[in-house]
Design a protein around this ligand. Sequence first.
Ligand code: ATP
Ligand code: MG
Length: 138
Amino acid sequence: MFKNILLAFDGSAHAQEAARLAADLARQYGASLCVVHTYDPVPDYLGEPFLQEVISRRTEAADRVIEQARALLGALPQVETEVLEGPAAEAILRVAEVRKVDLIVMGTRGLGQLSGLLLGSQSQKVLTHAQCPVLLVR
Ligand code: ATP
Ligand code: MG
């Protein structure tokens, strides 16, 4: 049923659960999995050389988050990764459209500090605008 799964991963506890579940589904359906992680937008008023330095630092941190996701996924037929500038929901929706994803798996909540919220702002946006099923994991 699912051929092309997108996992949105920010390293949070819910996203870790989402990673385990996405990997399980990918194995069961023989689907390919694309892991998406975004870093905070870098303000271009910083100017050079600071701009490049901040971008490098953010992409290096992002690569470490992607490695954490890979470790949770284990062996899979096909895994690709995308590190993009945020906001996360916009990037997730764009990748889902371009790659013609048929399932998005993400956490219900992420790293945000407002513990009272049922749903994070990024998962809410993706759920509202996605053209495919969205599986929210907790
Ligand atoms: P908020 O960010 O609105 O303060 P929150 O952090 O609790 O609240 P979200 O950011 O919506 O909630 O996180 C929900 C899920 O969205 C995460 O579990 C993860 O799957 C995905 N997500 C959030 N941030 C990112 C990111 N930077 N890159 C990739 N996926 C993300
Ligand atoms: Mg968040």
